[in-house]
Structures are given as structure tokens and as C-alpha cells.
Design a binder for this molecule. Structure first.
Ligand code: HT7
Ligand code: ZN
Length: 891
């Protein structure tokens, strides 16, 4: 497959101004009639029109009603000698939705029809200029059997519907907004909906609908509430109103990603719509709110203003992730709950994006080239892209950011634009700001891959009463980018005295204090800042740097233990309080891993954990984050960054030792924590209640773990009882995890009960597989179970959620089970990637990424993983998607 390069962008030869689509829906053979109004691009006169098409059968082409000759070239339909004036182009073709297992284009799921067009699925429906800078007005008529498909939906407004012969019916939809083809959608099926009318601030009435299968209506309340909250929030926070009379969400169980922001007709993976207390966890509730918000916010950031080309994907994705993260923070409420959400987002970024940026798939937020665009829906484009937007907001302030967004919409509403256009608007609305004065160098965040390392060195001078802080940056080479220029890094910071009190900040040369927190801008390889004070600093301060994780960098602050303990106890920035706890845990775990000696936790560290756990002023959710040890993947990356080969079983052993010593040393505290965090009222998914449940479940898992040492049967018994009678799925799952992670004998009957009780709830059964696949390994038993589960009658690779429940969990989340001396984990990886690749390349390519970091492994893992990659890449019939991943991994 040819490489597509950003620098090769050219405007289209023609514009498609409007399109009238008609579908005769049939699972085996759907007929599509596509009537377009085409206008030659005056800037490119006389050029042939090359229409994209894939896996469809062409039956007719008419230009202004006359047939015309055409040829097929490299998968495109080429039309030459076309009129120089606007003309009508009619295409007829067929496609086979029930054979479409790639889930891109028009496909069937559970007996209904759905579409997925981003990024390049529309060409699998009909011939088109399937690129985001071609925006057309769509009119869509659907015809289908009325009994099997009573609901017929497409984008925009329903303008006509009625009966047809032979038990068929039809509906015509008109979308008033021009849009690129990737935002087209249709749905036809036997669905029911929850609906609600809302009036927006601007006084317009809207109909909101959530469509699901008949049995799922009782699981739509939270999605509807999240949608209403999103509408209200975007008006209040950004002045952005809903521009449609009707806004629909439809849930589908076969879906490659999370959800899709089709104009007025969002299509969602059921996982991000359906929830009731009996089947969904607190995390699911949070994810639904975030994803409903995300797709809704795309209506402005993505749909009204869209991307010129797919290299600009982060223009809509990074910005919309930033918006959904801010929305979830605002919904969480108080400062402490906002901080918890920020910590969770940063943890996710470090766990997923940092490894990507350090591995073979490292690419800039705005990539330069791709083979399969679907491979670039990455955590770099999404989550790092959101960090780039966040840094801009930090550099211009909240009001400045709002002014920048206003200017962006004023300039670009209705256009297909670039990341440069976005940054320019934010800067232009804030002349003189630290962003505007450094815009060119700031934009390196779009162009350069890799995570910068920032080192901070502080020197206190008692004589001068000053503290000199030197910040330096260095970014390691990434594939194709050996040398990096300095980034513009906003470093939010404060200084604490040795008792943890915040100090007033004043830089040498300034004539007053600037409060206790400020943003330093590191825009050179190295910069020095000298802090003084009216009367000088009387003792060496403890620096609190990169507050709130103000930039996506790895900070090496060389903080000593005493400073970290001070920060853990007193830092006024909750993020850095948590960060100090993480560093203290990482240091202990890694020194055991490096030395090969068994981990032995010290009293000071255990006491600090206890103090946090018992602190009446801290939220339960925050305690849960502090007391949860860093993941094995995060620890592995720390070693890899220092060039130390990663031995996964060693990391696993250190983490297990830490867990069991925490279980033993804090036993009484865990008992207290469990009992003090029981809520008996009705289930509510708010952050405070969710935090209490998280902490109680963390406590329970330590108590069940400790039972193995003491021979106690009471706590395992309590856990089993909770699996049987918990009032919500969060607590049922927490108890099941406690038994599973302790490898307790009651885990088996607990699993059997959950399966029997929820056998008809697909999302719970996904979870049932995932919990087993995510259990920390012991004596090879977890891996053996995973292999057996792959043959379970409920398991299937065809449904992406079910496929991922075992495979993504093993490949991405459970290094302890994947990496084995006998290489069986890698053999299993290769077999499954190859198998899935035969029918769903997008899914296979994502699973294939599980071995991205093979080069960091110690022997014998490294060579065995390499062998598995070579075996997969040796397959001649591999899809371009999977080939791109394994080729890059081996380069
Ligand atoms: N914008 C959506 C992307 C998406 C997608 C991309 C490739 C293949 C399948 C897909 N389904 C959805 C999701 C989002 O960011 O909102
Ligand atoms: Zn998105």
C-alpha cells in the first residue's frame, strides 16, 4: 500500500455541492442510487474526477442523464472529459451489508443496519470524493421492509415517510448543514427510544432521542441525562448551541471504536450508552458521561468546523478530548473531585501515550504520513492532542482561551481547516500572551514526536536568601526524527517551606509577589529562574513543579525522600500530592526490580500510606488513587527510559510483594476503611459515592489477600456473599476481583454465579471474560484459563467488544500473563492477530499493537516476541492495517 504524505495535500479537482442518496435496504444486496451535483474546482480546470470506491459493485454512471465511459484505476473510478460547468452525476451501485465484517461502511448487527464512515467507510457505500474537505448537502431516502426495520434514521430532519408496496416503507431525511461524507449515517432496524424535549438558552426547542433494542430501554437514563448535561454545558461554557431540531444517539453492539459523531445521528458502542446499577460499574457511568459529551461536543469541534485532511485529525480529536475532560471535571463539582479526574486522565496518558511516544509507532500529534489512516486514531492524536490544547489554555488563561475559541468559530465555521488555523486563532485572540509571542516554537508540539524529559535542579543560597531553579529539556529521538528542537513547556509551580506551607513567589528583578503559584515557560534547552523574596528565603524550599501536570513531559526533579514525604503530606496541589506518592512507590518497586532482591517495605512509607488512608480531610476517591500502586506497564516504561531491559515477571513479583505487605501492615486500617465506606441508600453514580465504593473495594481486596497468610475465612466469605447479594455491579465486581486477585478458591463459584445471573447481558459477559483475563498471573494458571476461555461457547472474535474482552485485556493490561519463558503468550498473540485480520483488519491492527514494546524486553522474552512478529509479518495475505503495525514494530 502506498504511503500517504501530509505534504502532498492538494485541493480536490471538483466539489460535490449536494447529494441525493436512495437506499433499497436488503442485508444480502442493497441498492444505492447516488445523485450528485458536481462543480469543477476553478483552480484545477480540466482534471479528471477520481471517485473513491471499495468493495462495492458499480451498475451505472450518468453525467447529466447520459451514460459516459469510465475506467477503474487503483481502486478509483476515473471519469474524464467532464463538463466545465456544474453537472449532475448519477451513480448506481450495490453492496452486501451482511457480509461486511469489517464494520466499516454499511453493515448489519443484530438484524439491523448501521453505518460507520469515518475515516474512509463512505467509499464502501457508494462512489464519492471521500475526503473531509468536500462538504455537501445530503438528502437521504431509505426503503426497507416495514416489519423487520420499523425505524429508519439518517442525519438531519425527517421530511417525509410512508408506505410502499410489498410490506415496505420509506423515510426521507434532509440535513440542513453541509458535511463531509465521513459524517453521513443511516440506521434501520427494530429499535425503541427514550426521548426528551429540551429548550436551549437561545430559546430553540430540540428533540433528544436515545435508540436501543427493546430490552435495553431501562438502561438509557444515564446516557440521556449525560446528553442533556452536554447540551447545557456547551452553551454555558463555550456559547455553542445545538444547531439541529433533532439529535439522536443509537446504540449498536458490533462497533470497532467507542462511538461516532455523525451529524445529528451519533452511533455508539452499547458499552458507552447502556447502564443500570445492576449491570454497569461506576467507571462505566463515568465513561458514558465522557463519551456522550465527547460525541456531542464534536458537533462544533469536528462537524461545524472540520478537518481539511486526515493529518489534521487532532484538530477535532485533541480539542474534543480536551472539551470532554473539562466537561467531566465540571460535572464532578468540587476542586478535589476535579483533581481526581485530572489524576485519572494523566494516569491514562502515561500508561498508554507515553509508551506509544517511546516506541515504534511514535508519531507527531499531526502525523506526516500513514499507510492506513485507521491506525492513526491513537492516544497521541487524542490524549496528547488534548494536552496540547490544555497547554494553550494554560498559556492564555481561561478567558483568553474562550476568546480564542470564539475567534476560531468566527473565522472557520463551515470550513475544513488545519491545526495551524486553530493555533493561529487562539494566539490572535491573545496578542502579547506567552503563546502568541512563541507561536512558531509552540507548534513544535504538533510536529515533533516523543515525550520531552525535563530536569529540574534547585540550589538554595542561605547567604542570598535565594533559590535558583534550572529547568532543562531534552527529547529522545523517535523514528524518522533524530534531532528535536526545544518545546515550549508551561511549568505551573509553587514552593513549599519545610513544613509544607506555600511560599509567596517573587523572581529576581520583579518588584512584588505574584501569589503562591505561577507558570514558568521553559522555551529553551535550559533556563534558570532565581526566586527571592522581600526578605529573602530563610530555608531551602521544597519545589512543587508541573502542578496539575501542566505539560505532557517526564519530570526528573531528583527530589529526595524527605521532600516527597513533605509533598505527600502538605502540597496544596492535589496532583503533586498524588505524584509524590507515586514516586515514593516507584522508587521502592524499581529498586527491588533492579537489585533482584525481594521488596521489603519500610515503616516510614507504610505510615505515610496509613496517614493518607485515615485522613478525614481527604476524599475517598483521592485515597484510592494514592493507595493504588503504579501499574506494571508504567514501571516497565520507567526501566525502559533508563535503558534497563524489562523483565516482566520480576516487576510482577515486586508488585505482588508490595500488595501483600500493604495488606498485612495496614490490616486494621483496611478493616476500618471497608466498614467506614459502606453506603446503604440507593445507588448513585456521583464521584463522591463512587470514590467511597472504590476505596471500600480496594480495602476488601487487601483483606481477602491477607486471608491467604492468616488462614482467615471471614473476609473471603464476606466477599463471596457480596458477589451474591451486592446491590450494584460496582460492588459485585469489586468482590469478585478481590477473590480473583487473591486466587482464592471461592473465585470459581463466584464466577459461575455471575455468569449464570447475567448470561443474557452481553456487556456483563464481556466484563466476565475481561476480569479473568486481567487477573495477575500465578504459576501460569491465568494464561491457561485465558486459552480455555477463548474456546468458551460465549466467546467470539466477530464481536469487537467480546474479542477485546480477552485479547486486549491480555495483550495490553496483563503483562504478567502475556510474557512467558515458553513464548506461549506471543504464539497466542500471533495466532489471534492473524485470525482476526482475515475479517476485521482495524481490530486486528489494534490488537497487534500489544507487542509494540518488544524491544525493551529482557531475554528470552525479547527474541521470542520478535519471532512472533516476524511470523505475522511473513504472512503474504496480511491487511495493510496490520502490515503497517508489524512492519513498523520490526523496523
Ligand atoms: N471520531 C470517531 C472515530 C471513529 C472511528 C475511526 C476509525 C474507525 C472506526 C471509528 N469509529 C469511530 C470517534 C471519536 O473520536 O469520537
Ligand atoms: Zn472524537
Amino acid at each position: 500500500t502506498p504511503l500517504v504524505r501530509r505534504e502532498d495535500y492538494t485541493a480536490p479537482s471538483h466539489w460535490i455541492r449536494s447529494v441525493d442518496l436512495s437506499f433499497d435496504l436488503d442485508p444480502a444486496k442493497t441498492l444505492v442510487i447516488n445523485r450528485m451535483q458536481v462543480e469543477p474546482n476553478a483552480a484545477r480546470p480540466g482534471e479528471p474526477l477520481r471517485l473513491d470506491g471499495e468493495d462495492i459493485v458499480l451498475t451505472r454512471v450518468l453525467v447529466n442523464g447520459e451514460s459516459i465511459s469510465f475506467r477503474n484505476e487503483g481502486g478509483q473510478l476515473v471519469l474524464e472529459n467532464l463538463p466545465a460547468e456544474p453537472f449532475a452525476l448519477e451513480i448506481r451501485n450495490t453492496c452486501a451489508p451482511e457480509k461486511n465484517l469489517e464494520l466499516s461502511g454499511l453493515y448489519t448487527s443484530g438484524g439491523s443496519f448501521f453505518t460507520q464512515c469515518e475515516a474512509q467507510g463512505f467509499r464502501r457505500i457508494t462512489y464519492f470524493l471521500d475526503r473531509p474537505d468536500v462538504m455537501a448537502l445530503f438528502r437521504v431516502t431509505l426503503r426497507a421492509d416495514a416489519r423487520s426495520y420499523p425505524v429508519l434514521l439518517s442525519n438531519g430532519n425527517l421530511v417525509e415517510q410512508g408506505r410502499l408496496d410489498h410490506g415496505r416503507h420509506y423515510a426521507t431525511w434532509v440535513d440542513p448543514h453541509p458535511k463531509p461524507s465521513y459524517l453521513f449515517a443511516l440506521v434501520a432496524g427494530d429499535l425503541v427510544c427514550r426521548e426528551q424535549r429540551v429548550r436551549s438558552r437561545s430559546g430553540r426547542d430540540h428533540l433528544l432521542q436515545v435508540y436501543v433494542r427493546a430490552g435495553d430501554l431501562d438502561k438509557t437514563e444515564h446516557a440521556m441525562n449525560s446528553l442533556i448535561a452536554s447540551v447545557v454545558w456547551d452553551e454555558a461554557r463555550f456559547g455553542l448551541s445545538l444547531d439541529l431540531e433533532r439529535f439522536m444517539i443509537v446504540a449498536v453492539s458490533d462497533f470497532n471504536m467507542g462511538a461516532m459523531e455523525n451529524k445529528g445521528l451519533n452511533i455508539f458502542n452499547t458499552k458507552f450508552v447502556l447502564a443500570n446499577p445492576a449491570t454497569a460499574t461506576d467507571v462505566d457511568y463515568g465513561n458514558i458521561e465522557a463519551v456522550v459529551g465527547h460525541e456531542y461536543f464534536h458537533n462544533w469541534t469536528g462537524n461545524r468546523v472540520t478537518c481539511r485532511d486526515w493529518f489534521q485529525l487532532s484538530l477535532k480529536e485533541g480539542l474534543t478530548v480536551y472539551r470532554d475532560q473539562t466537561f467531566s471535571q465540571d460535572m464532578a463539582g468540587e476542586a478535589s473531585a476535579r483533581a481526581v479526574k485530572r489524576i485519572e486522565d494523566v494516569r491514562q496518558l502515561r500508561q498508554m501515550q507515553f509508551p506509544e511516544d517511546a516506541g515504534p509507532m511514535a508519531h507527531p500529534v499531526r502525523p506526516e504520513q500513514y499507510q492506513a489512516i485507521d491506525n492513526f486514531y491513537t492516544t497521541t492524536v487524542y490524549e496528547k492532542g488534548a494536552e496540547v490544547v490544555r497547554m494553550m489554555a494554560t498559556l492564555v488563561g481561561e478567558a483568553g482561551f474562550r476568546a480564542g475559541m470564539d475567534l476560531y468559530f468566527q473565522r472557520h465555521d463551515g470550513q475544513a481547516v488545519t491545526c495551524d488555523d486553530y493555533a493561529q486563532a487562539i494566539a490572535d485572540a491573545n496578542p502579547g500572551s506567552p503563546l502568541a509571542t512563541r507561536l512558531d516554537s509552540f507548534k513544535r508540539w504538533y510536529a515533533q514526536a516523543g515525550t520531552p524529559r525535563v530536569s529540574a535542579r534547585g540550589v538554595y543560597s542561605a547567604e542570598q536568601g535565594s533559590y535558583t531553579l534550572t529547568l532543562s529539556q531534552h527529547t529522545p529521538a523517535t523514528p524518522g526524527q533524530p534531532v528535536k528542537a526545544p518545546f515550549v513547556i508551561p511549568v505551573a509551580m509553587g514552593l513549599l517551606d519545610s513544613d509544607g506551607r506555600p511560599l509567596l513567589l517573587q523572581l529576581d528583578g520583579e518588584n512584588g509577589y505574584s501569589g503562591t503559584e505561577r507558570v514558568l515557560v521553559l522555551d529553551q534547552a535550559s533556563l534558570t529562574f532565581v526566586f527571592t523574596g522581600l526578605y529573602g528565603l530563610t530555608s531551602a524550599p521544597v519545589p512543587s513543579l508541573l502542578r496539575g501536570f501542566s505539560a505532557p513531559v517526564i519530570l526528573d526533579a531528583q527530589a529526595d525522600e524527605a521532600a516527597l514525604f513533605t509533598q505527600l503530606r502538605h502540597d496544596t496541589d492535589p496532583f503533586n500530592r498524588w505524584e509524590a506518592a507515586q514516586r515514593l512507590a516507584v522508587q521502592r518497586l524499581l529498586s527491588a526490580v533492579r537489585s533482584g532482591q525481594p521488596l521489603q517495605l519500610d515503616a516510614a512509607w507504610l505510615d505515610a500510606q496509613r496517614v493518607v488512608l485515615r485522613d478525614p480531610t481527604l476524599d475517598a476517591a483521592f485515597k484510592d488513587l494514592v493507595l493504588t500502586p503504579p501499574s506494571a506497564g508504567y514501571l516497565a516504561e520507567q526501566l525502559a527510559a533508563d535503558g534497563i531491559p524489562v523483565d516482566p515477571p520480576r516487576i510482577h513479583a515486586a508488585r505482588e510483594a508490595l500488595r501483600s505487605q500493604m495488606a498485612q501492615a495496614l490490616h486494621e486500617d483496611w478493616v476500618w476503611a471497608f466498614e467506614a465506606h459502606q453506603d446503604n441508600g440507593a445507588y448513585r453514580p456521583d464521584p463522591v459515592s463512587a470514590g467511597r465504593r472504590a476505596l471500600a473495594n480496594l480495602a476488601l481486596s487487601h483483606l481477602v489477600l491477607d486471608a491467604a497468610r492468616t488462614g482467615d475465612t471471614v473476609w473471603p466469605g464476606k466477599a463471596f456473599q457480596r458477589v451474591k447479594d451486592a446491590g450494584n455491579f460496582t460492588d459485585r465486581q469489586g468482590a469478585l476481583i478481590a477473590l480473583l486477585h487473591a486466587h482464592h478458591e471461592l473465585a470459581e463459584p463466584a464466577l459461575a454465579r455471575v455468569h449464570a445471573q447475567f448470561k443474557d447481558e452481553a456487556l456483563v459477559i464481556d466484563r466476565w471474560f475481561a476480569l479473568q483475563a486481567g487477573t495477575p498471573e500465578r504459576d501460569g494458571r491465568v494464561f491457561a484459563r485465558i486459552k480455555a476461555l477463548a474456546l468458551h461457547p460465549d466467546y467470539s472474535l466477530r464481536n469487537p467488544n467480546r474479542a477485546r474482552s480477552l485479547l486486549a485485556t491480555l495483550f495490553v493490561m496483563n503483562p504478567s500473563a502475556l510474557h512467558r519463558e515458553d513464548a506461549a503468550g506471543y504464539v497466542f498473540w500471533a495466532d489471534k492477530v492473524v485470525e482476526v485480520d482475515t475479517f476485521n483488519p482495524q481490530l486486528a491492527a489494534r490488537l497487534a499493537r500489544g507487542l509494540d514494546r518488544w524491544r525493551t524486553l529482557a531475554e528470552p522474552y525479547r527474541s521470542a516476541a520478535q519471532e512472533a512478529l516476524i511470523r505475522v509479518s511473513g504472512r503474504a495475505d496480511l491487511s495493510p492495517d496490520t502490515r503497517e503495525i508489524v512492519t513498523r514494530a520490526l523496523q
